[in-house]
Design a protein around this ligand. Structure first.
Ligand SMILES: [Zn+2]
Length: 160
C-alpha cells in the first residue's frame, strides 16, 4: 500500500496517496473547481499535501480566483459610476478622495476599493437621487447642518 509517515502528527503510515480528486475553492462567493488533483492525506489528522505540479495548479487557480474577484468588483464600480454619469475624475473628487487615478485602479481590478466606498457606491446604485445630496454634503468645508459650537478661550466658532 502506498503510505508514509505523517509529517504533521507523526502517525506511522498515516498518509495515504490519493489521485483524481476534485476540490472546490471559494472566494467572495465565487467558486472554482480544480479537478484531477493527487497527493497525500493523513488518515489521522487530515493533513493534506498535494503532489508537485498539482500544488502549483491549485495555488494558481486560487490566485486567478482572487484576481477575478477584484475584477468583478471593479466592473461593478464602473457600472455604478457610469449609471451616475460621473467621469473617473469626478468620482474621485466627489466620492472617494485619494489619488487622481484611484478610481481607474479600482475599476481595472488593480486595487480593492475601501469597504466604505463600496457601500457608498451600492447605496447610490440603489438610490441614485442621493447623488445630489452627496454633492452638497461633499462641497468644500460646508458645515451647514452641524449643530455644534466650538469654544476656545478667546473665540467662538458657530455654525448656523
Ligand atoms: Zn497526521
Amino acid at each position: 500500500m502506498n503510505t508514509k509517515q505523517c509529517f504533521s502528527c507523526g502517525a506511522r503510515e498515516g498518509m495515504r496517496h490519493f489521485e483524481g480528486r476534485g476540490e472546490t475553492m471559494s472566494v467572495k462567493g465565487m467558486e472554482r473547481r480544480v479537478d484531477d488533483l493527487s497527493g497525500w492525506e493523513c488518515q489521522g489528522c487530515g493533513e493534506v499535501i498535494l503532489d508537485p505540479g498539482c500544488s502549483e495548479r491549485y495555488s494558481d487557480a486560487c490566485d486567478e480566483l482572487v484576481i477575478a474577484g477584484r475584477q468583478m468588483i471593479g466592473n461593478e464600480m464602473k457600472r455604478i459610476r457610469r449609471k451616475l454619469h460621473l467621469s473617473q475624475k469626478e468620482a474621485v473628487l466627489l466620492l472617494s478622495g485619494g489619488g487622481h487615478n484611484a478610481f481607474s485602479r479600482y475599476e481595472r481590478g488593480e486595487l480593492l476599493p475601501p469597504k466604505a466606498l463600496m457601500v457608498l457606491m451600492r447605496l447610490l446604485d440603489r438610490y441614485p437621487h442621493l447623488l445630489a445630496d452627496a454633492r452638497t454634503l461633499g462641497e468644500g468645508a460646508d458645515l451647514r447642518g452641524f449643530k455644534d459650537t466650538v469654544h476656545k478661550e478667546h473665540e467662538t466658532l458657530t455654525v448656523s
